[in-house]
Write a protein that binds this ligand. Structure first.
Ligand SMILES: Nc1ncnc2c1ncn2[C@@H]1O[C@H](COP(=O)(O)OP(=O)(O)O)[C@@H](O)[C@H]1O
Ligand SMILES: [Mg+2]
Length: 340
């Protein structure tokens, strides 16, 4: 099982939308996926579930079934361990661990226990790795090949613990100043977290087994459409796009390329996605990914080709990422040919 976090310290760039579509695409390709919503804003959960179901989960009879309920015995009451998380089944190959605004409450405790790990306190390690264990439990229960983690954009204690649960990190980027500035900040943040965790593991009592290695390996970046920020001049984005390959290598401490590389031939560039425009509200209304939209959902005329292109883009992205992180994607079923 591989766990991948989509992370950048700059928000509002389309990370959650990317994760939602990637999760659906992997499920369609036959990869079993658990999506875990670790952003207290819970936008991923809102994308997957109807408002009625959200009402039940957050306010009503189904309370007790979010990520917070899985970690609260340990993080809020300070006893025992995490609980097995509730899994919301989305499709045959796809399940969700629902997010919760209340997850923001555990930030202070995670921050305090990060420091206490240096004294080798077992409880501090149990708390710091709580999200890791929730991820492992969810993956084992669903027999998942892949766990996708959606996290908020800030470099705080909650995200540090989320990233410790991730073997791999994919960086969503927009070709603009703000996203590249976020990238410059992201590289040192990940390095500090990896080093900090390595230093702490050395202090862990021998009785604690199954601690995550906290590799947070850079699996590549996805370029999201610049037009998501309509206030920026359109011509400027090409200039920023050209800088991404070098900036990514610099941030992730990868060997600089000996030649000038463009996005199109950079091996770290997993995809360049386009702006899906009016397909986005259609998909939200239908409660499905863009590439599942049908004429009955309003995807007619020019939309039909755009839906197919979106499917092709995500299929390519999913396979490229799978190759990079070592996930087996079942081959497509043979096409039936009817003769005569
Ligand atoms: N490729 C895209 N094309 C059009 N709109 C998009 C695309 N990706 C995201 N959006 C829209 O941009 C907004 C922010 O996206 P979101 O995925 O929530 O970003 P983040 O998780 O980085 O904060 C949302 O309204 C979403 O519908
Ligand atoms: Mg988001």
């Amino acid at each position: 099982m591989t766990s991948i976090a989509l992370f950048n310290t700059k928000g509002g760039v389309g990370r959650t939308t990317l994760l939602y579509h990637l999760a659906w695409m992997y499920a369609e390709l036959g990869v079993r996926v658990v999506a875990v919503d670790l952003d207290p804003q819970s936008n991923l959960t809102s994308s997957f579930l109807s408002e009625e179901r959200l009402d039940e989960l957050w306010m009503g009879p189904a309370r007790g079934q979010t990520i917070v309920d899985a970690v609260s015995p340990l993080l809020e009451e300070g006893i025992g361990d995490v609980r097995e998380p509730h899994l919301e089944t989305v499709s045959r190959n796809l399940a969700l661990v629902p997010g919760d605004l209340a997850l923001a409450r555990v930030e202070d405790e995670l921050s305090a226990q990060w420091s206490s790990c240096l004294s080798g306190t077992p409880k501090a390690f149990r708390i710091t790795t709580a999200l890791h264990r929730v991820v492992q439990l969810a993956a084992a229960r669903f027999r998942a090949d892949l766990v996708l983690l959606d996290v908020g954009p800030n470099p705080g204690a909650l995200n540090r613990c989320a990233l410790i649960a991730a073997n791999q990190v994919v960086v969503p980027l927009v070709p603009d100043l703000y996203s590249l500035q976020g990238l410059r900040n992201l590289g040192p943040t990940l390095q500090k977290w990896r080093n900090g965790w390595t230093e702490r593991i050395e202090k862990a009592p021998a009785s604690l087994t199954g601690l995550p290695s906290g590799t947070m390996a850079p699996a590549g970046y996805v370029v999201l459409p610049h037009a998501l920020r309509p206030s920026r001049p359109v011509t400027a984005y090409l200039r920023w796009a050209e800088r991404i390959p070098a900036e990514y290598r610099l941030a992730m401490k990868l060997d600089p390329s000996p030649e000038v590389i463009s996005l199109a031939n950079d091996l770290h560039c997993l995809a360049q996605l386009t702006h899906y425009r009016s397909l986005v509200p259609l998909a939200m209304e239908a409660g499905k990914p863009i590439f599942h939209l049908r004429p009955a959902d309003g995807a007619i005329g020019a939309h039909v080709a755009a839906v197919s292109e979106c499917a092709a883009d995500f299929r390519t992205l999913a396979r490229r990422l799978a190759d990079r992180v070592g996930i087996d994607v079942p081959p497509p079923p043979p096409r039936l040919t009817v003769f005569g």
